[in-house]
Design a protein. Structure first.
Lengths: 433, 433
């Protein structure tokens, strides 16, 4: 058994001196590891080396003996220290050939941004003979899927995370599924939760956590907990038969704490709930400074529903642009329930929307007091016939950016729960299984 | 030379299946790498493997041949899958011995948190014969500093970041400085650039890129290019003497394209330029949806300068909240120079600020036309005595989020360049060397 699994195992080799200098976190390795787990591919080793051909070669030669697929990140850019493709070709004594197609594509991309094609950019169109090009829709550096021999394939990605992700999703993951998978279908679904900690969630489902097919794996990021359900079977129907009951049971046990699945976000879920009713939304933001609006507008088609908002960072803007009465500010302070309610009401009225949401809190590091410590944030939702507020104490230890991020999540979640409690989305997205 | 540096080089081996499943980011590797760089110790390789004794042994044997010191993280806890110490002892055929002192210490720690001493905890007091104990002041799992032979030392840390850091700072870093360091200081500085691509930047400084002390390393993220200058010398003064002229030369060659260094961001730089003059700023955002405001308010102390803004996502909000004349919208469309200028003027006037900046563009994926394709974004800056605009064509291939991020960067950069052209920041941040 161990031999069998090693035979289709995948290793990751991250190339870049900036990783060895500790300049950046290796988010690519984490992201790829998660994707490999979801494909059910065995993954036993990750390595980081610098932009050094001797060390890259050493690692590639070692990996070619141990694993079926080596995924590399980094070193595909146009500069002198980008040597991944060249070094791979040298490792397996393969000549480099220029791809006319890719050269034209790079030229077109440079032209579209009004920049000249440099000699260095031209380097990016060179590939080992026989390699398949792994297209890069959002950058100039394509990767390769190359099998220098029949039992070993190397797949290269640039180090830029957004480019790597789109290349993985559009091409590489499909290639792996088709060519490396064991003929088994791997079906997975990620459920997303708010207002619950990873450990609490795990305690809600200890029996399901121990099952072997489907398996459950929890993941947590700041403000969001996820649970991945993965089922394996010979056919898609069989995999669905395994996965669906667990999905249903999880939704049942976690109730409203589960806000969606897979690509859904809190922003997409609230926009969808409002879209179905043809209603509109405006935001009034103090400590988040535009973060709630940015989260909403990161969703395509947000304009159906989201019309805009007011970033009321200073008190004078809260008065001028949101009609918050000055005595409320004097009496209760900007970080208070009465003020955040007035902000939500104000933005709804000024913008003429059906709904208005507001956030006002202390993101720190300064400005906290004993009664109102850093991390205290108030939230309000004003609807056609309701006005509700809540307070959260996130704790100063999250830091300014952490508190801002948690506030964005919490604000959108408050709107979601309010809409659901008022009967929005019945038989829709939030309850689908 | 390569042999010399390999002889005192340090590798990192992170042990933990959770890293291979992509459950967590490898923050320990980044942190340790940065510490090694600051000690001037050469560091060429990082590896991640799971809690598997065969693979751990393989890595340790390889490292013992290549490097002077191997740092491991993880696998020191009390559970069954914590096997680091035992596996190391086996690798070098060393017996394990119980440390009475550590056993008492673990007992005392368990008692202080009201937990009984388990058999598994007892395991944590076992060490290879001859190993020095690396104390863990904040947890039960101590590490070791162990030289199984005269040319190789292994230093073990638990995976918990806070415990690792304190153990490093109190003991391990001092041991390394004394026993491994060559007495060299490493000094580095990161310069940050906007409006230039990584490849263009590299072509501006090919001669400097080839130098060996200081070295230059470029890296790029979406919308930002960085260049790290690293100098090595016997003393901090000597390192500065090497670094400073290169820093100066780089600033000279790149001019206004270099917006700052190290922890500075475009947002912090523009806030600082305005703060020095006691002036205020407001934002009017369409396609960025609040992203410019969020970038500004992510900086602590932003409230001195940034008062707020209007997210004018729909045309009606542009009219209602920013006084954009409806005939401008009809005649030129929302994505146009006249409209973005009116937005910047409008927000400045409505909010009563000294400066107003505005963004309006097509983030896509829908809504593009031949004349106004997805990726076209207009920017304006209204100041006390000026009103300027520009257009950028980022290209649809960046995708919605990419276009939004590039727009935030470009908007802040337009403000920075406008302020500098009007004499703001003379002898200050943007020109310091």
């Amino acid at each position: 058994m161990p031999n069998e699994s090693i035979n289709n195992s995948v290793e990751i080799l991250c190339i870049g001196s900036e990783l060895l200098l500790g300049n950046i976190l290796n988010g690519n390795a984490k992201w790829l590891a998660e994707e490999l787990a979801s494909l059910g591919l065995p993954h036993f080793k990750q390595t980081v080396v610098g932009d050094n051909s001797t060390r890259i070669k050493e690692e590639v030669i070692g990996a070619a003996k141990r694993c079926r697929v080596l995924i590399t990140t980094g070193g595909l850019g146009p500069t002198q220290d980008d040597i991944t493709t060249k070094t791979l070709a040298e490792t397996f004594n393969s000549p480099l050939e220029e791809s006319k197609e890719i050269l034209l594509d790079i030229e077109a991309k440079m032209q579209s941004i009004g920049k000249p094609m440099s000699i260095n950019n031209r380097k990016q169109a060179l590939f080992p003979k026989g390699a398949m090009v792994l297209p890069n829709p959002s950058g100039t550096a394509p990767g390769i899927i190359w099998s220098p021999n029949s039992s070993f394939t190397v797949i290269t990605f640039p180090g830029v995370p957004s480019e790597l992700k789109i290349m993985w999703q559009k091409t590489a993951s499909l290639w792996l599924k088709k060519n490396i998978g064991q003929g088994e279908i791997i079906l997975s679904k990620v459920l997303k939760f708010s207002g619950i900690r990873e450990s609490e969630l795990a305690e809600t489902v200890p029996d399901l956590m121990e099952a072997s097919n489907p398996t459950l794996a929890p993941y947590a990021e700041l403000g969001e907990v996820k649970l991945r359900i993965t089922a394996k079977a010979r056919t898609i129907e069989k995999a669905e038969q395994l996965l669906n009951p667990v999905n249903k049971e999880l939704r049942h046990r976690t109730g409203l704490k589960c806000f969606g699945s897979d690509d859904e976000t809190l922003a997409s879920v609230v926009l969808e709930l409002l879209r179905k009713k043809g209603q509109t939304l405006g935001v009034a933001e103090s400590c988040t400074g535009g973060g709630v609006g940015a989260a909403l507008t990161s969703m395509k088609g947000a304009s159906d529903t989201f019309v805009g908002g007011v970033i009321a960072y200073s008190n004078s803007i809260k008065q001028k642009m949101l009609d918050v009465p000055s005595d409320l500010l004097t009496q209760h302070g900007a970080v208070s329930e009465p003020v955040v309610k007035a902000m939500a009401k104000g933005v709804k009225k000024r913008l003429g929307t059906d709904w208005g949401i507001a956030v006002s809190g202390l993101a720190g590091p300064g400005g906290g007091t004993h009664l109102k410590p850093v991390g205290l944030v108030y939230f309000a939702v004003a609807g056609p016939e309701s006005l509700e507020s809540k307070a959260e104490q996130f704790g100063a230890h999250y830091g300014r950016l952490g508190i801002q991020k948690l506030s964005v999540v919490s604000s959108l979640d408050q709107l979601r729960l309010t809409l659901l409690s008022q009967g929005y989305g019945h038989d829709s997205i939030a309850f689908k299984t």
